[in-house]
Design a protein around this ligand. Structure first.
Ligand code: FAD
Length: 485
């Protein structure tokens, strides 16, 4: 009898290095059947930017598998049905996978494993996505942490870095198993193809190059420069690669620690970077333990916030036409490249929630569709952080001033001028608040407000007062009117 193959079910672990499921499958010493199943029915449907990324990442994975003598089988539809079909076709009796920890996916996987077991097929899940499994980091009373700093301390004390692995050099795969044609999945946008400005290299090699670039240049000034959106290379841009599992978070941490050891960056810079990666971890653990936060406020009193319905303002925000240059620059960067700098994400989300008093879920949904790093846990956690309703959130009364944020974090205006080119001739002094520029300055810069660039859709001070008044209706909050940046 021919040796039964092991099915290696790829999820968001699109890599061969540091892949626990692959390593375990290889240890079996049997043929391996790598498969990716596009199952869009059980989860929230992927956003358009995510589909763009997945298309390229699967091609990269397929090429990497081919280099090792293998191939990638593509199937579409209900994951359990597809696995059962594959098992029927190949006589496989084992399925290995790296688990997803979002509650819906986690439960769904458990159901699949249960059903396969009933068919006599062993289904084993590993952790390739996170530094450690949710549940492994709990406080003294056995409860999940709700505050980041003690979580970080406990995480770093608990989680152990696995050894770096490169995966088997040769992977033997049955040749006859039928696979879908990736083009038939139509993941890449057509008519129109809005992805021309997506300057990314999805896949394991792209992830590894992004990390190496960052370690050799950005890491040494990370803490100082990471908040300035115009500083090239100051951030790693690893987020989509981490989301799709093209690189292990441990790999990023190991490389940062090694750079500190080698004197290529200070320990505090490496620690800052590790702390940011741990925010990703914190988000994933929170969502795992508190599944309701995708729909409702972590702090229930915030569900009473009197949100406004204002489609015209929502549209202006999405299109980067609010009249606030830093907000508009961020929203246009997002639309054009599928990514936005973290500082600017904080400013645009605060603007939607507080200046426009529009429900954070509207913003979360737009980010979900347009970000290449759209991640259920990180997205929801961050939106609730800004909305003041999250676990370890920024207080609602902390209302970012989009003008002073621009002056502080884009002091030379390079970011705004890049993404809002109609303002490029406006001197720095008025760049973040064009409506305050004298008529002759606007004329010399070739700008007619309301024609070439919008007038502000809300006035900052009025909007701030409206937001604070709204907060007061939420169980008497809003007494502290500080407006820190
Ligand atoms: P770096 O500064 O190089 O940080 C390294 C890594 O740490 C990132 O790749 C990311 O994995 C992690 N990280 C950094 N900051 C955060 C954070 N605040 N929360 C969680 N992880 C973090 N990040 C996503 O990956 N997906 C999202 O859907 C997402 N939505 C967001 C929504 C809002 C409203 C805000 C304010 C932030 C959101 N973030 C999200 C977090 C953050 O903006 C991005 O992770 C970061 O900008 C990615 O760029 P980078 O890889 O260069 O980050």
């Amino acid at each position: 009898m021919a040796t039964k193959p092991v099915i290696l079910w790829f999820r968001r672990d699109l890599r061969l290095h540091d892949n626990p499921a692959l390593n375990h499958a290889a240890e079996m010493g049997r043929p391996i059947l790598p498969v990716y199943i596009l199952d869009e029915h059980f989860e929230r449907p992927m956003g358009a930017a995510s589909r763009w990324w997945l298309d390229k990442s699967l091609r990269a994975l397929e090429a990497a598998l081919q280099d090792r003598g293998s191939r990638l089988i593509l199937r579409k539809g209900n994951a359990l049905n597809q696995l059962q079909a594959l098992i029927g076709e190949t006589d496989a009796d084992t399925v290995f996978m790296n688990r997803l920890f979002e509650p819906e996916a986690f439960e769904h996987d458990a159901e699949i494993a249960h059903a396969l077991k009933a068919d006599g097929v062993e289904c084993l899940g590993f952790n390739g996505a996170l530094l450690c499994r949710p549940g492994a980091v709990l406080n003294g009373s056995g409860q999940p942490y709700k505050v980041f700093t003690p979580f970080l301390r406990a995480l770093l004390a608990t989680a152990e870095a696995p050894a770096h692995t490169t995966g088997p050099r040769q992977i033997q795969t049955p040749k006859t198993v039928q696979s879908d044609d990736l083009d038939s999945w139509k993941l890449h946008p057509r008519r129109p193809d809005w992805s021309k400005g997506f300057d990314w290299t999805p896949g394991e090699d792209g992830a590894s190059q992004a990390l190496s670039r960052f370690i050799s240049s950005g890491l040494k000034t990370y803490a100082k420069d990471r908040d300035f959106p115009d500083r090239q290379g100051a951030n790693s841009r690893l987020s989509p690669h981490l989301h799709w599992g093209e690189i292990s978070p441990w790999r990023a941490i190991d490389r940062a620690r090694q750079a500190a050891k080698d004197g290529k960056a200070s320990e505090s810079e490496a620690d800052k970077f590790i702390a940011e990666i741990s925010w990703r971890e914190f988000s994933a653990h929170l969502l795992h333990h508190f599944p309701y936060i995708t729909e409702r406020a972590f702090r229930p009193e915030y569900d009473a916030m009197p949100w406004r319905k204002d489609d015209a303002s929502l549209k202006a925000w999405r299109q980067g036409r609010t009249g606030y240059p830093l907000v508009d620059a961020g929203m246009r960067q997002l639309w054009t490249t599928g990514w936005m700098h973290n500082r600017v994400r904080m400013v645009v989300s605060s603007f939607l929630i507080k200046h426009l008093l529009i429900d954070w879920r509207e913003g979360e949904a737009w980010f979900w569709d347009t970000l290449v790093d759209a991640d259920r846990a990180s997205n929801v956690q961050n939106w609730q952080w800004v909305a003041g309703s999250g676990a370890d959130a920024s207080p609602f009364f902390r209302i970012f001033n989009p003008i002073t944020q621009g002056e502080k974090f884009d002091p030379d205006g390079g970011y705004v001028r890049r993404w809002v080119p109609e303002l490029r001739r406006l001197p720095d002094r008025w760049l973040q608040s064009p409506w305050t520029a004298p008529a002759e300055v606007l004329r010399d810069a070739g700008i007619v407000l309301g024609r070439d660039y919008p007038k502000p859709i809300v006035e900052h001070e009025k909007a701030r007062h409206r937001a604070l008044a709204a907060l007061k209706t939420v169980s008497g909050r809003g007494d502290d009117h500080s407006d820190r940046d």
